[in-house]
Design a protein around this ligand. Structure first.
Ligand code: NDP
Length: 246
């Protein structure tokens, strides 16, 4: 039997990058995977690239909208016959030095990265509690632990996500639901494609394993946290960063 047979998974922001690899990893493991995003064309590519398109279901939904998050949870329940695993992955950057950061860029990053996770988790909580193996996995960032110049909005949202994860872990533990955060370091995706000149080299010099991470590196840890073997792990932040932060 496949590792995730009869398991229903919801991944926010599954159309590209890390989310796409998470969708593929669960689908290949036999899960029924519902994923969200705002770009329908990229969604079709993500399903095809998963290697198990029949196991994947896309719903267009913006995580910053409560209605969108409820619709995503409802779609996952309908497609998967319940809901066992939620991965809050959708995220954006709007980088700028503090003195030049607009209120709009501050708000949008909180709305997608932090409020999106709250809205999705709230909509899913009852379903997770009903599951025999409810798992919440939030994609934070090493930047939420260390901070980073030019990313006050992003770092605050990711640090907030860590606090959120620990609070929810304590609230839902009595119902058998685990909640953990995964903190990627420097991963090769669209998000890191346009770093300012010199920034990429500077980051590389901080990584003991001396390479950028892949989306699959992150997906491997996410599927581990959703596996039977991780049932006694909760409230933790697991860096996937080649040793960047230790
Ligand atoms: P990408 O920019 O490659 O992909 C972001 C994904 O989020 C896309 O699928 C996008 O979908 C989705 N998304 C963005 N806004 C929304 C929204 N409002 N509603 C629903 N979906 C949305 O980023 P990564 O794959 O690199 O990042 C994934 C997660 O990992 C993020 O939370 C990011 O902060 C985190 N992370 C990434 C690191 C890296 O080095 N890449 C390092 C640390 C953390 P669409 O385009 O369809 O809207």
């Amino acid at each position: 039997m496949s590792a995730f047979e009869n398991v229903s998974v919801l991944v926010t922001g599954g159309t590209r990058g890390i989310g796409r690899a998470i969708v593929a990893a669960f689908a290949q493991g036999g899960a029924k995977v519902t994923f969200t995003g705002t770009n329908e064309a990229a969604a079709a590519e993500a399903s095809a690239a998963s290697g198990a398109p029949d196991q994947c279901h896309f719903i267009q939904a913006d995580v910053s909208s409560a209605d969108g998050c409820q619709a995503a949870v409802d779609a996952a329940v309908a497609f998967g016959g319940g809901l066992d695993v939620v991965v809050n992955n959708a995220g954006i950057t709007r980088d700028q030095l503090l003195m030049r950061m607009s209120e709009e860029d501050w708000d949008r990053v909180q709305d997608v990265n932090l409020k999106g996770a709250f809205l999705t988790t709230k909509a899913a909580a009852r379903r997770l509690m009903k599951s025999k193996r409810g798992r919440l996995i939030n994609i934070t960032s090493v930047v939420g632990i260390t901070g980073n110049a030019g990313q006050a909005n992003y770092a605050a949202s990711k640090a907030g996500l860590i606090g959120f994860t620990k609070a929810v872990a304590k609230e839902l533990a009595g119902r058998g639901v685990t909640a953990n955060a995964v903190a990627p370091g420097y991963i090769q995706t669209d998000m890191t494609a346009d770093l300012p000149e010199g920034a990429a080299e500077g980051l590389m010099s901080l990584i003991p394993l001396a390479r950028m991470g892949t989306s699959e590196d992150v997906a491997g840890v996410v599927t581990f946290l959703a596996s039977e073997g991780a049932g006694y792990v909760t409230g933790q932040v697991i860096p996937v960063d080649g040793g960047m932060v230790m």
